[in-house]
Design a protein around this ligand. Sequence first.
Ligand SMILES: [Zn+2]
Length: 419
Amino acid sequence: MSQLQRNTTAKKSKGQTQGDVLVEKIPLKLKPTEETLARDIQRESARVWNTVMTIHRLFWFKYGVWIDEAMMKEFLKGRFNVHSQDVQAIIETYYECWERTRKLHEEGHPEWRYPWRLKRFFTSTWKVTGITVEDKNLRLSNGWKKPPLKVKLPARLKGMAIKQVQLVWRRNGYWLHVAVVKPALEKVQGDAVAAVDPGEVHALTLTDGQEALVINGRHLRSLRRLRNKTLRKFQKAISRTKKGSNRRRKLLAAKYRFLNWIGAQISHAEHAVTKMAADWCLERGIKKVYLGDPQGVREQDCGRHHNQRMSQWSFGRLRELLEYKLKRHGITLEKIEERGTSGTCPLCGKYTKQTGRVYQCGNMECGFSGMHRDVLGATGILDLAVNGRFTPGRKLPEIVSYAWPAVLAPVQVSKMKAA
Ligand SMILES: [Zn+2]
């Protein structure tokens, strides 16, 4: 196992609170000469990484000293054909990674390896002084020996302060990860609480006890299914080709094109769903949202690394996005184990496994019915979070509204399909 993690999230600079730093990922369309330059820059970045690692290890083996970060920076100053900030960023990434591994070893996890692999290419970083915005273009300078890399700046990023740019190789192509400062959003007024129940057919169901909102997730589900189905087709077609053949190369390129296209569609749908939820909470002055966690993972502290991994497993992208959007409004999200929430009768408290969309109590004497199952699930989560248990005869929301998130016009799919 390796602790190397791309340092993609830009660090927030001190004292700046008027906006939220956000990373935008942009696929690049480069001309052959630009592609060569990009490869060259990444190769030089890899040379920095390899040098740092080799020197760091060598000094330890030969002299028993670990060179510190400041000394390394001083030592490598002006020795590479990339922007000086890139050299510094790579040194910082290396030391972060090394330090994290050292801590893990101390905590009794010797299975994590110190950085050891020599790289051929490495993500390049530009910070403020290496970045110039010229009209519609972004100019990334590479020291005085190399020409700058110029790329078109997407319209949506115009006028925003750019904190950091990274050149990343992903899915068979170059991408820019641009860290921009987005204007701060309106902060929530009030201290109400709400619960949200994530699901497949209904992406998110929210309630504050009085009202409920059911956000449709069919579009999102169909996109995810299309993604999986098409990927399987590609995989099958690719497995029938020879390694290094022209046919395989073409199929791989088509596969990545499809992944980029469907990724953008899914991402757009997820943004629409979570924006609706965040707006709903903001309007109702909700300060805290409880999220039903299907994994049944309780909120507990198991150390930073474990927590991080746990949240990556149990939180899908949709949930991460929701948490992020709520946070921008000053709303916190807390996970609640959702076991039993959609099956427990709000009237008698008996548990009945549900099969339909409308709740039906299995207790003959009670027979409660007529409530949307996911709405009931959300009220159950709220009840559990606020009262610590299911309250028999609890109040149910009187107004239930349904929302269909706006959908992007579909792009021609036939071209993307595997032959
Ligand atoms: Zn009942």
